[in-house]
Design a protein around this ligand. Structure first.
Ligand SMILES: [Zn+2]
Ligand SMILES: [Zn+2]
Length: 259
């Protein structure tokens, strides 16, 4: 795929491979614009992310790669930021980056996408869990802090599905995304998880298309071999729904390019 904006590095403590290995895989796959978006530092759950003291080193190493590979591929610098009210940090929001991805990985501080805490799905009504998740996405969009919505329906990761209509549950979140002029990523990491499909689902992507919400693409790679692993699937999904363009960013300004 031409653009791939969501990828990690070893600095988050749960990924493998060197920056060069990720980039070389992207070049091999024909990607033209490849972005790193490391899990940004936060005073919560610090083990699974960059430390504040590592921000400069992370940014320098990506900018170094940008120069090194400039004749072969465009490298972008970003962060994936956890949206937890009260924890979004100014040092991250003010970082000089090409884009920020806003993601929800926690509901009331429960790491719902972590297999360690999967038991909690049995403790509460599944429809309420889904609604709380999309309420958090709505607030994330309303904050105005971010350019891209990370893995829009991540709550489906372990295939605990709601009993009510997903479009109804997600409607207000989609409207907030539209109002904030955010971009939705089509993220292939879902194929590596029990749900075995992209984030978002075709149904939600169609709803986004109806609202004219722009998309971009991402591997969400945590290992070099995951770069572009399901690129045919997600590009075909975008085209089947009707998308002909995808977004890229420079200094937080969006530019649309042909898929
Ligand atoms: Zn991660
Ligand atoms: Zn994520």
């Amino acid at each position: 795929m031409i653009v791939d904006l969501h990828n990690h590095t070893v600095l988050c403590n749960h990924a493998q491979g060197t920056i060069d290995q990720y980039i070389e895989k992207a070049i091999k796959e024909g990607t033209k614009i490849f972005g790193f978006s490391e899990h940004a530092p936060m005073e919560f759950d610090p083990k699974y992310r960059l430390a504040f003291s590592q921000m400069q080193a992370y940014e320098n190493s990506i900018l170094h790669a940008q120069k090194k590979y400039k004749d072969k591929i465009e490298i972008l610098l970003g962060y994936e930021v956890d949206y937890i009210e009260g924890y979004v940090d100014q040092r991250v929001l003010n970082a000089k980056v090409d884009y920020l991805i806003g993601s929800v990985h926690f509901i009331d501080k429960w790491g719902f996408d972590n297999p360690e805490f999967i038991g909690k799905y049995e403790d509460e009504n599944i429809d309420e869990i889904w609604q709380k998740y999309f309420d958090a996405i709505e607030k994330m969009a309303q904050s105005g802090f971010f350019q891209i919505v990370g893995h829009f329906d991540l709550i489906k990761v372990f295939k605990f599905m709601p009993n009510t209509n997903i479009l109804n549950i997600a409607q207000k979140a989609l409207e907030a995304i539209k109002k904030a002029d955010m971009t939705l990523e089509i993220n292939m990491a879902g194929y590596r998880k029990p749900i075995a499909e992209a984030y978002p689902s075709r149904e939600l992507l169609e709803a986004a298309f109806a609202l004219d919400i722009p998309i971009t693409f991402s591997s969400d790679a945590h290992e070099p071999h995951q770069v572009s692993l399901y690129n045919n699937e997600i590009v075909s999904l975008a085209k089947a729904v009707g998308y002909t363009k995808c977004a890229t960013f420079k200094n937080k300004q969006r530019k649309m390019i042909e898929i």
